[in-house]
Ligand binder design. Sequence first.
Ligand SMILES: Cc1cc2nc3c(=O)[nH]c(=O)nc-3n(C[C@H](O)[C@H](O)[C@H](O)COP(=O)(O)OP(=O)(O)OC[C@H]3O[C@@H](n4cnc5c(N)ncnc54)[C@H](O)[C@@H]3O)c2cc1C
Length: 398
Amino acid sequence: MAAEVLAQGGARVTVFDTMPSAGRKFLMAGRGGLNLTHSEPLPQFMARYREAAPRLQATIEEFPPDALRAWSEALGEPTFVGTSGRVFPKAFKASPLLRAWLRRLDAAGVQFAFRHRWSGWDGDGRLLFQTADGASAVAACATVLALGGASWPRLGSDGSWVDILAAKGVAVARLRPANSGFRVAWSDVFRDRFEGQPLKGVALTIGAHTVRGEAMITRSGIEGGAIYALSAELREAVLDLGQARLMVALRPDLDAAALTTRLSGTRGKQSLANFLRKAAQLSPVGIGLMQEAAIASGRPLASFSPAELAQLINAIPVQLTGVAPIDRAISTAGGIRFDELDEHFMLRKLPGVFAAGEMLDWEAPTGGYLLQASFATGAAAGRDVLQWLAGATPSLRA
Ligand SMILES: Cc1cc2nc3c(=O)[nH]c(=O)nc-3n(C[C@H](O)[C@H](O)[C@H](O)COP(=O)(O)OP(=O)(O)OC[C@H]3O[C@@H](n4cnc5c(N)ncnc54)[C@H](O)[C@@H]3O)c2cc1C
């Protein structure tokens, strides 16, 4: 986005990327329909960026969700608002949008240099790249770093920029997985039977934070939308204490009294699982989760009274023992600290070097907030570079 704004402003722009083609992670995001942004009111929207919200507020106000939707539409990809309020292109994928965007950048004169891995600066301040033909050095009037986080490194962003910037004295908050899964030591029986199965319509709680939605049982733990929405709280608890206790409510709309009444009927010859399934409309995976908790508590589920079962249904403890590796996380927390940037996204310690996107120290849940902030900060960095070039050295504008 910075390249587009710069080219429109008359700058000569080259995009260097370590990958053989553009937008690998953008295309991957497209596999889930490309959730570009979200339609909720801006105050609610901004709250998703947590502590970083004040640092992003003006930038997102200047390039808000409606601007991103208009941008997509102008590229021939109109958007729609899904039932959850999330915004997607009607094509529900990234490739047509990316193709149209690359055509427009090409028409604006933006050059692309692929298979160029940036590795820092030489003694004369030129950008250094590793290429198949060896090292190359490029002099630039200004540089926008938009190197992403460290999740899904095979798509290009591997966080190798951290050491380069740290060597220049730039403070970087440690890169950590965001919107990631967590490890759980499931029993073999539970893992083999329920791997890949969703827990639907559940409420998940850690501390004072509760989220409704869906979670997925994986071989090594648990992931999915509701887990991602809590991933910052869960991650910090796991990293601080080595583990975290997630509470799962299978029937969050029914209180304990209503559930107890349902479970006080006669069971007859039904198995406990069948009884729970019919009386409380629980899924087999939900009942399996209750069994796991009962085993951990040292008491068979069959010995629970109706009131105890009712209690457990909406407060199943699941012990998280680790965070899934960052290379499988959807995004990255941490990055260049905002204090290292001036109000124009320029690194205070490196005049002429700007930064944008996921490599900055913000995080947000899934829902379109990641792309929105990446686009908005990219657009801002582009505008700021134009301004800086105009003010600093007008003769270098070309
Ligand atoms: C599976 C998946 C699904 C997602 N779905 C969504 C979604 O639906 N909605 C949403 O909002 N977000 C989604 N995201 C997150 C979103 O894709 C990212 O937040 C966004 O792409 C970040 O943009 P960026 O430009 O900052 O970084 P990136 O898109 O990661 O781009 C950084 C670029 O820098 C290049 N690079 C890195 N290091 C170097 C180097 N040393 N030299 C040269 N080039 C380098 C990389 O090759 C890459 O092309 C998803 C992510 C994943 C992994």
